[in-house]
Design a protein around this ligand. Structure first.
Ligand SMILES: [Zn+2]
Length: 77
């Protein structure tokens, strides 16, 4: 199976800011821009509002989550 291609939206920066930084920025921005499933109405309509704030375009449910993902991936101790 062919490797799934990740769109490079950091291409707008050209050769600037360093390759590893552009790569990290690209992955964060792709997470931020993609739609997620709403925990209330189960529709895939949750959008990023600002850092840590997410809103569902279907039912208007607004909630706090991760900065660039609506859920936290790391364990909070
Ligand atoms: Zn919803």
């Amino acid at each position: 199976m062919a490797k799934k291609k990740i769109p490079n939206i950091a291409a707008r920066f050209g050769p600037r800011y360093g390759a590893s930084l552009r790569k990290r920025w690209n992955l964060v921005m792709l997470k931020k821009l993609s739609k997620y499933e709403c925990p209330q109405c189960m529709h895939k309509k949750v959008e990023w509002v600002s850092v840590g704030i997410w809103r569902c375009r279907k039912c208007g449910y607004t909630f706090a989550g991760g900065a660039y993902e609506p859920f936290l991936t790391h364990k909070v101790r």
